[in-house]
Design a binder for this molecule. Structure first.
Ligand code: PMP
Length: 448
């Protein structure tokens, strides 16, 4: 290829050029085949080249691709909002945006506006957890407890992340569940008391921590404690389901695992399964009613919000998920994938922990299985594993985990929900080959 002017994550790296995708496979222009073991960025939940979704794009394009939200509403966006309301629970409204970052940032703004409408203008801080990722724009990054992504911009960020994550593998208190009595969740109450509930609009959390933790699942009961604290202190609860939504974890939305909902919900990624950009903030009826009876308008919005083309895609993605029962089967397939990984763990002691729900599985690596001590930061094991896997024809996703200030390594394995058990076997085989290759490299470098 001629000199590139496309800005990619690393400016000095040559990336393979993708040619086409088919099901769980991607093919680059050299003819190399990859198993998409991470659905890209946990996004291509239906796999690639699904005819039904392609048809929805062309059908809608023949009708109309764009109308502006302050001039028209449109049928696909209305139907999508209706469908999401049915799926999430009665009364929820959808504010469509284009990325997960916009969805969380819109949730943040709506939370602040809600309290303003109620005359509580001081309630404008958003509390969050360390080991979280809610997006890359300044508001979303302010809510993200991701030191590496924050570091360059700390001086212009709000200082939001406050409480410890529910990271049971490395409990911040050295406690174990259930004896811990939810110390990490109760930190929220301490933070509220310190900051003052009259200054706090909301608390935001990913139901299962994705890129910032490697599929960290809180213990049962955790969200009940969080929600009780939010209600007690008049603080809204924002669930960031951008990665976990639309069946990824074996439920349509991950909070269903704990029988609960949130006041505001950010969704994205799997919503269109990557066929077109679309995301949304779901807003509960109580918030909508307050704003309707107040200033009547949510002060946010984007040119492409409620775009009919993207809405038509999201509708057909939901239809495809339901028709093929992909949400329930994700739970079964995820159990199969986890069992296969546990088999590998017996042979490869660098696998410290395997966690997650449905087809959102995290694998954390350690230099010592007993002490759980991570590999040194300088080794950059996560990057080595990701690139070795890619060389071997397997795409997996980097996640950060480990000991704060010391480091750690984790990856997410999250293939399309359409994967078969036979294809999971093939994925595992490539993952094992990657561990063998990495083991040899670490040995020859005298690291293990
Ligand atoms: N929230 C979560 C939980 C995410 O995983 C991500 C993306 N990794 C975002 C928000 C931001 O989404 P986007 O990249 O679409 O802006």
């Amino acid at each position: 290829m001629e000199k590139s002017h496309l800005i990619k994550p690393l400016l000095d790296k040559d990336y393979p050029v993708i040619s086409y995708g088919d099901g769980i496979y991607l093919y680059d222009t050299s003819g190399k085949k990859y198993i998409d073991g991470s659905s890209g960025a946990i996004t291509a939940n239906l796999g690639h080249g699904v005819q039904e979704i392609i048809d929805s794009i062309t059908n809608q394009a023949h009708k109309v691709s764009f109308v502006y939200r302050s001039q028209f509403t449109n049928e696909p966006a209305e139907q999508l909002a209706q469908k999401i309301c049915e799926l999430y629970g009665d009364g929820y409204w959808s504010f469509f945006v284009n990325s997960g970052s916009e969805a969380t940032e819109t949730a943040m703004k709506i939370a602040i506006q809600y309290w303003q409408e109620r005359g509580l203008r001081g309630k404008n801080k958003i509390l969050s957890r360390w080991m979280s990722y809610h997006g890359i724009t300044i508001g979303a990054l302010s809510m993200s407890g991701h030191p590496e992504r924050r570091s360059r911009f700390v001086s212009i960020l709000e200082d939001y992340p406050t409480i410890s994550p529910p990271y049971c593998y490395r409990c911040p208190y050295g406690a174990t569940y259930p004896g811990c009595n939810y110390l990490c969740a109760n930190e929220l109450e301490q933070a509220i008391n310190r900051i003052g509930s009259s200054n706090i609009a909301a608390f935001i959390a990913e139901p299962i921590i994705g890129a910032a933790g490697g599929a960290i699942v809180p213990p049962d009961g955790y969200y009940q404690v969080i929600k009780e604290i939010c209600v007690k202190y008049n603080i809204l609860f924002i669930a960031d389901e951008v990665m976990t939504g639309f069946g990824r974890t074996g439920k349509m939305f991950a909070l269903e695992h704990w029988g609960t909902t949130a006041d505001l919900v950010a969704i994205g990624k799997g919503m269109s399964a990557g066929y077109t950009p679309i995301a949304a903030t779901l807003v509960s009826e109580k918030i909508i009613e307050t704003i309707k009876n107040g200033s009547k308008s949510i002060m946010s919005g984007h040119t492409f919000s409620a775009n009919p083309q993207s809405a038509a895609v999201a509708l057909s993605v939901i239809h495809y998920l339901e028709k093929n029962n992909l949400v329930d089967t994700a739970l079964v397939k995820g159990t199969y994938l986890k069992e296969k990984l546990i088999d590998l763990q017996l042979c490869y002691p660098i696998i410290g922990d395997i966690r997650g729900k449905g087809l959102m599985i995290g694998v954390e690596f350690v230099s010592d299985m007993i002490t759980k001590f991570p590999f040194s930061k300088e080794i950059n094991l996560t990057s080595l594993i990701i690139s070795k896997a890619q060389q071997n024809g397997l795409l997996i996703y980097p996640a950060s985990a480990g000991i704060e200030g010391i480091g750690g390594d984790a990856v997410l394995i999250a293939p399309p929900l359409t994967i078969t058990n036979k294809q999971i076997d093939d994925l595992i085989q490539l993952f094992e080959q990657t561990l063998v290759d990495i083991g040899k490299d670490l040995q020859s470098d005298g690291i293990i």
